[in-house]
Each structure stands twice: as C-alpha cells, then as structure tokens.
Design a binder for this molecule. Structure first.
Ligand code: ADE
Ligand code: ZN
Length: 327
C-alpha cells in the first residue's frame, strides 16, 4: 500500500545496527564450514529454533556464540556486504554500524582483521551501491574499563576508520559511569559518543550517559518515558533516541508491538528514530521494523513517517552537506 511504499522509499539512515547481529544463520553455517568451526546446532533450522529469548542476556549468549565463526577479513567483508545490500533495498542512504572488537580480539582475531574487512565493505558499498556509512566501535560493558582502554589503544592506529564509540552488551549492573574515564579520553580524541541506555536499565542510566559520559545520542532509551524530567531534558537538547521496536519485543522490553511507546516518544517531542538492532535475530531489517510498527500503532501515519526519516538524517554523524541532500 501507499504507506508501506512511503516507508520504503523515503530517504533515511540506520543508526543502531550491530553488524554482528546481521549475521544470518545461513551465513553462520557457511562461515563455520569455511573456517572449520564446530557449531552446537545441527543445522540452520536448529539454530533458528534457539532464537527464543527471555531477556537481553539470553540473546547475548547466542549472539556471541554466533560471532565465533568470524575469523578472516573476508568473513567480516561478507557479513557487512550482506547487510549493506539489504539496507539499500530498504531505502537506507547512510548506515552507522556498531562493531564489538572485544568479541573478536578476545578470541585471538586481530583488531586489524576486523577493521580491514569492515572498511573494505564500506568502500565497496559506497562505490557499487552508492551507500554512505560509518563505523562506531562499541565497548562491551560487562567487561572492565581497563579492557575498554586496551581496546582503544589497539584501535588508535585506525582512528580515521571509525567515527565514534558506543557502549553495549549487558546493561543491568553495568551503569554508564563505569566507563567515565575511557569516554572522557575518547571525547578528547574528538570521537563522537553514543551509549546504550534505558533498554532494560532504568532512567538513571540515561541520565548518567548524558551527564557523565556526555553522549550525543542514546541507543534505545525507551525507558526514559518513566521520568518526566528526563523527557524534558532529552526534548530540550534534541538528544536522539535510536529505538529498535522488533528488538524490544523479542527481548521482552514490551510484551507486544502494540504496547510499544514509539508513538508517545514522538508525541513528547523526542527525536526518536527507528532501527533494527540485530536484524538476523529479531525478525527483520529496517523496513520490517517500520511496517510492523506502523501496523501495530494507529498513532503512526504518514506525518510520523516523515518525522522519523528526518530525525534519522538529523541524528546521524554524516556531513552537513550530505544531510542537506537527503532531507
Ligand atoms: N549487543 C547487540 N545488541 C544489543 C542490544 N540490543 N543491547 C545491548 N547490547 C547489544
Ligand atoms: Zn543495540
């Protein structure tokens, strides 16, 4: 229909996609074969059947196991190219990809292998698909701040290959302020700053992401609505929220898509965007997130579609000249 067509064709960015979360079961098995890695599941269907999550941690356990098949530069290239093709099909003009170096370096895969594969995919996507992109290095918050500093050291020779840093993995019990020093260092280095906060964690984690880490965007942030003062702060400063509706249902942040608060976030004047998070695990890429969410929430119509697309462009770290072209 016309709304679905608008949702697909309107120029938009994707700002919350963990590239390791785009690894489809078929590619997991292909890479396992290519690299001689043994998997705990007999086949693609058996693996997919394990994708029944009760919370964030139950997902992360399977997500990190899936990423273990990634070993060579070609593996990272193939994974990212598969995502870029799907993004272009969904009308994405610019994508900012999270990657989790510690998931790979802790298995003995060099940082250089990861960044070279992803960078070569970005260059190919720009050249062959006309897709603009950037990389955001995420620190795993269940690990120590010291480990984050070690990762930053390894990454610095590749400083011009990524635009910023983020914070992901297990939220509860790992508040943003645990990473105050490393984010301060990244800020001095001129890196852009984002953090996951208010997905499973409380509004207090959104406050400390803003006030202690000084991030420019909040990843998820849906629990911010529990705190009226926080909503006022996010609205006043136009801090973007990278919301991931299908993820929130799969990880039981909301019971049903019809319970999702995206409509209220927009109505409260917040700069919300729609994103896929880990599309291979959560039931769909960006367009699927848009169509299912718009179908479930009657408050979302064409005006909200335009607002979400414009928000995604405004909230991106792309150059001002590129943003002007897309809006
Ligand atoms: N890593 C991949 N997806 C994530 C999510 N939704 N929250 C936290 N860490 C993640
Ligand atoms: Zn995420």
């Amino acid at each position: 229909d016309a709304l679905a067509e608008l949702l697909r064709t309107m120029p938009k960015t994707e700002l919350h996609i963990h590239i390791e979360g785009s690894l489809e079961p078929e590619l997991i098995f292909e890479l396992a074969r290519r690299n001689g890695v043994a998997l705990a599941y007999p086949d693609v269907d058996g693996l997919r059947r394990a994708y029944a999550f009760t919370d964030l941690q139950s997902f992360l356990d399977i997500y990190y196991a899936g990423a273990s098949v990634l070993q060579t530069e070609a593996d990272f290239f193939d994974m990212a190219m598969a995502y870029f093709r799907r993004a272009v099909a969904d009308g994405v003009v610019h994508a900012e990809l999270f990657f989790d170096p510690q998931t790979h370096t802790d298995r003995g895969v060099p940082f250089e292998t990861v960044i070279r594969g992803l960078t070569r995919a970005r260059e190919t996507a720009q050249r062959e698909l006309g897709l603009s992109s950037a990389l955001i290095l995420c620190f795993l918050r269940h690990l120590s701040e010291e480990a984050a500093f070690e990762t930053l050291e390894e990454a610095l020779p590749w400083r011009d290959h990524f635009v910023g840093v983020g914070l992901d993995s297990s939220e509860r019990g790992h508040p943003p302020e645990k990473f105050a020093k490393v984010f301060a260092r990244c800020r001095e280095l001129g890196l852009r700053l984002v953090a996951h906060a208010g997905e499973e964690g409380p509004p207090a984690y959104v406050w400390s992401a803003l006030d202690v880490l000084k991030v420019e965007r909040i990843d998820h942030g849906v629990r911010a609505l529990e705190d009226a003062n926080l909503v006022q702060r996010l609205a006043r400063d136009r801090v973007p929220l990278t919301v991931c509706p299908l993820s929130n249902v799969k990880l039981r942040v909301f019971d049903r898509l019809s319970d999702h608060n995206l409509g209220q976030l927009l109505a409260s004047g917040l700069v919300a965007t729609v994103n896929s998070d880990d599309p291979a695990y959560f039931g769909g890429y960006l367009h699927q997130n848009f169509v299912e969410t718009f179908a479930a929430l009657p408050a979302l119509q064409a005006p909200q579609a335009y607002t979400l697309a414009r928000n995604s462009i405004e909230a991106s770290f792309a150059q001002a000249s590129a943003k002007a072209r897309w809006i």
